[in-house]
Design a protein around this ligand. Structure first.
Ligand SMILES: Nc1ncnc2c1ncn2[C@@H]1O[C@H](COP(=O)(O)OP(=O)(O)OP(=O)(O)O)[C@@H](O)[C@H]1O
Length: 629
């Protein structure tokens, strides 16, 4: 089998396909080369973070889980020492019935210790199970609290997506995993300590012998966990691409185009490439883990033989008496079992810690993308929203999408942004809405910097690529706002969505998702009417319409532009459209070209000035006249 582990660089061809390394094969090597000790040093921080989460999720369950395991360990020592007493009584001289009778009190203590230990372990296990569910929920909630707040630019960054995928898929479940493993490690460590203490009490030389058996198993477990994690880390981007391809092949929305464009073979081929890579890596890991485990088992076996040989030697030279040797064998067995459990749990802790580390890193990354609102309320809109010399580049883009843009919209005004595809209209609209922040220049609302204002509810955006929310029609318009029947009816009527409502058997209660029972789908234009109604329902001072009529029929388009023309009930409007006949009545028109304002003025001024606006307008008008005649 080919090894995936040799480093591939973007210039080196991938040996599997002969193609250059695809974007979904690339990865950040930093973590993969991090030393074991470096990762181990991070464990205490991870454990503390997980325990803090457990504490936050449910204090009582955290206490029961931790204390239950600790106290159970104490009873284990007690049981082992009492066992030694039982054996000492049984191996003592005298008639057998007397020896058995003498052993009975110690035997009763052994039984009591075992019973109490069992009860404690049961209580701790139950608490752990409850804790798992609660920690997982808390971890997920904290994650979504951040992902719904981060600046939009974060979603333009591939590393952000990789980190989010890792945090969501493995980080969240492993937050609970770290808590679980920490509790189990504490329990296991107490068990091992119990055996070590019991052995130490029998003879000081016996304790180091027990510890000799842990080293090989521990090494093998940690190495195996690291191999698995490295594979997982390397496959982050590939796995995202696989999810994306499986959605394309198995989801309803792209199903029609997959058939219409005969994309089946292409998609299956792409899927095969990613699946091949994933399979190669996973098979390679499976082989390496098996080899590691075999080596660990072999060394553990050798260490165990050495321990028993040493014990026999101590017995032979009379350093320890026979009853103590018998109890020591039991304690070593118990210790080894605890050790095996401890190693397994350390391994689990290490493994879960790696993924939980990703979760914490992602939270830190996401938090760094959260803009802290200053809490300053936006002033009553009496003045202007002004962009002054605004420049903006998307992350990783080769050049700016906007350069030195200055535009303004006054209260109750309608301004229009026009220009060719890719000229920067949508980008500018997103900056005006406060969704992106300019790299340089300022956007001010009545003189205050938009970046410092809490503009929630003041700006409404009807996006070009609006979301088709899988909710009821009413919820699609309200989007979390309190219900005001009158306003709902007015918004729906303004957008022509009332006709959509009237056409559905369940009206506003219709579920707009055909993947669920009783769900409906709408036409593109009907969806657009709902999106526009959503924009009208929010009583925002500034409404941005980004191509609101691209899917509307002629009558609906005319009606909407008429409403916008009447200044949409005193709101300020930023209108983006390619239908130039509809922007004739705008108070000001900005013509964008390659991210700059090429022209500005009223329709009449721009027509008189000549240039690209006049050319585009004339072209459209001419095409329409030709079509009519
Ligand atoms: N998320 C993004 N990341 C990187 N570049 C982007 C992103 N969105 C847009 N761009 C680029 O920014 C430039 C301006 O795009 P924008 O969407 O603002 O144009 P537009 O004028 O609205 O175009 P259209 O008329 O096609 O809607 C284009 O070159 C586009 O490729």
């Amino acid at each position: 089998m080919k090894s995936f582990w040799k480093k591939r660089t973007p210039d080196a061809p991938a040996d599997r396909s002969g193609l250059a390394v695809a974007y979904w094969e690339s990865h950040d090597d930093e973590l993969l080369t991090a030393s074991l000790s470096k990762i181990a040093r991070r464990l205490p921080y991870l454990v503390m973070s997980a325990l803090r989460m457990a504490w936050e999720a449910h204090r009582r369950d955290t206490i029961i889980a931790l204390a239950g395991n600790l106290v159970a360990g104490v009873f284990t020592v007690y049981g082992l020492v009492a066992t030694s007493d039982v054996l000492a009584s049984l191996f003592a001289g005298g008639p057998t019935p007397e020896r058995v009778r003498a052993a009975l009190p110690s035997l009763a203590l052994v039984a009591a210790a075992a019973g109490l230990r069992g009860a404690l372990v049961t209580a701790a296990t139950w608490a752990q199970a409850r804790l798992k569910v609660q920690v997982e929920r808390l971890a997920e909630t904290r994650l979504f609290e951040l992902t719904t707040q981060v600046e939009l630019t974060a979603f333009d960054d591939d590393e952000f997506h990789n980190a989010m995928r890792r945090a969501r898929d493995s980080g969240v479940p492993d937050a609970a995993g770290v808590v679980e493993a920490t509790v189990a490690v504490i329990g296991g460590a107490v068990g091992v300590l119990a055996s070590a203490v019991a052995l130490g009490l029998m003879h000081p030389l016996l304790t180091p012998l027990l510890l000799v058996t842990v080293v090989p198993a521990g090494w093998a477990a940690v190495r195996a966990a690291r191999l698995q994690y490295q594979a997982y880390y390397r496959l982050s981007a590939a796995r995202r691409r696989k999810f994306m391809l499986s959605d394309l092949m198995a989801e309803r929305l792209p199903a029609a185009e997959v058939r219409a464009f005969a994309l089946r073979d292409f998609l299956l081929g792409e899927y095969g490439n990613v699946a091949d890579l994933e399979q190669d890596v996973q098979l390679d890991v499976a082989r390496r883990r098996a080899v590691t485990k075999a080596a660990g088992d072999l060394l553990t076996g050798a260490a165990t033989v050495a321990v028993y040989a040493a014990l026999a030697g101590l017995l032979a030279v009379g350093v320890i008496p026979l009853p103590v040797a018998g109890a020591a064998v039991l304690a070593i067995r118990a210790g080894q079992m605890s050790l095996a459990g401890l190693v397994q749990m350390m391994n689990r802790l290490y493994e879960a810690g790696l993924y939980f580390g990703d979760y914490l890193s992602f939270r830190a990354l996401a938090a760094s993308h959260v803009r802290q609102p200053s809490g300053t309320e936006a002033p009553e809109p009496s003045g202007r929203l002004t962009a002054d010399q605004v420049t903006f580049s998307y992350p990783g883009a080769s050049g700016p999408a906007l350069t030195g843009i200055s535009v303004s919209v006054g209260f109750g005004e309608v301004i229009a942004l026009v220009g060719e595809n890719g000229s920067g209209k949508t980008t500018l609209a997103k900056l005006l809405a406060g969704l992106y922040r300019p790299d340089s220049g300022t956007i001010r609302w009545d003189g205050a910097d938009l970046a410092d204002l809490d503009t929630r509810g003041l700006i409404s955006v009807i996006a070009q690529d609006h979301t088709r929310w899988p909710l009821t029609l009413r919820e699609n318009i309200l989007m979390g706002r309190p219900l005001d029947e009158e306003r709902l009816a007015a918004a729906a009527a303004a957008a022509g969505a009332d006709e959509v409502v009237a056409g559905l058997a369940h009206g506003y209660d219709s579920l707009l998702d055909q993947r669920f029972r009783g769900g409906h789908d709408l036409s593109g234009g009907q969806w657009q009417r709902i999106a526009v109604a959503r924009g009208f329902y929010r009583d925002a001072a500034l409404v941005i319409f980004d191509e609101p009529t691209s899917a509307l029929d002629a009558r609906a388009e005319h009606a909407l532009f008429e409403r916008i023309r009447k200044h949409a009930d005193g709101r300020s409007i930023v209108l983006i459209t390619h239908r130039l006949a509809s922007v004739r009545y705008a108070d000001r028109i900005y013509v964008l070209d390659h991210g700059r304002v090429a022209q500005q003025g009223t329709h009449a001024e721009l027509m008189e000035e000549g240039g690209s606006y006049a050319d585009m307008y004339t072209l459209q008008a001419q095409a329409y006249r030709e079509a009519v005649t």
